[in-house]
Ligand binder design. Sequence first.
Ligand SMILES: O=C(O)CCC(=O)C(=O)O
Length: 287
Amino acid sequence: MLNKKAKQLLLVILLFYALGAEAASANRENVALSQNQIDEYYATGILIIPNFFNKQEIEQVSLCANRLQMEADKLSQEQTGKVMHKGTQFVIDKKNNKLQIHRIVWVGSAEPQLLKLGRQLKILVPVGQLLGSTEADHLINQLHFKLPNDEVKFDWHQDIKNRRNFDPNWQDVNQKGSFVQTIIAIDPMTEKNGAIYYVPKSHTRGDLFLDKITDAEELKKIGELDKAIPLLLNPGDIVFMHPYLIHGSQPNESSMSRRAFINGFSYPGANKQPYPGEGSAQRIVLQ
Ligand SMILES: O=C(O)CCC(=O)C(=O)O
């Protein structure tokens, strides 16, 4: 038999766990997408939520990005191309003696705060809803820098191309693309500083193998690129993007940086290959 003190202690422990579980489920409810938002994502291929990261979170991402930019600059004095450093991959170049950062891959290894920020419940729960899964492989934890006049651009593509390039046996396991890309603006994204352009509803046309098209006119026709519109974002805004949505971006010809924090998650079993970066492509729980 338990004495009075032991019973009281047991009661306190039970209460503690009950309140904890309630708080956790309340959190999930607070951050879940509405059915309208899920419908919008599947109807247009894109869902934009303004002010998703608060000022403090954006400040944290920005400070990490500044440190990584300095690392990239230092590394580029010695070597260019794909450079592994502190478990993070720097894809860097020099053009007219100026640094070009094409991307910094798996940034959370060199800057662990970026992994934490990219794995917040408020990102994972919506991703779980869009994938229809309670687990995912965290494939992308990345920064894109478009520094003034650095000539960095991203050709028209569907993200499914990148998934196929990593794993030729990539499988659309959930029949809904099996991948969700999230893009958070660190700086304003405007038509002048190399905004991403996308073709609304293009995801409904499936994998168009745009990477196999070499003729610019044919690409324009097949991709229906004349329908493309700019993604205009403020710092902290997030975009959830379907893996078949056609998008790309032109160089930043303004005097203002255009940086973005990107996290991508795949449905379990879709990807079977490793990704660059220490700790990448891990299976994580989404709730
Ligand atoms: O940062 C950009 O301009 C392009 C981003 C992009 O194409 C992607 O995340 O797939």
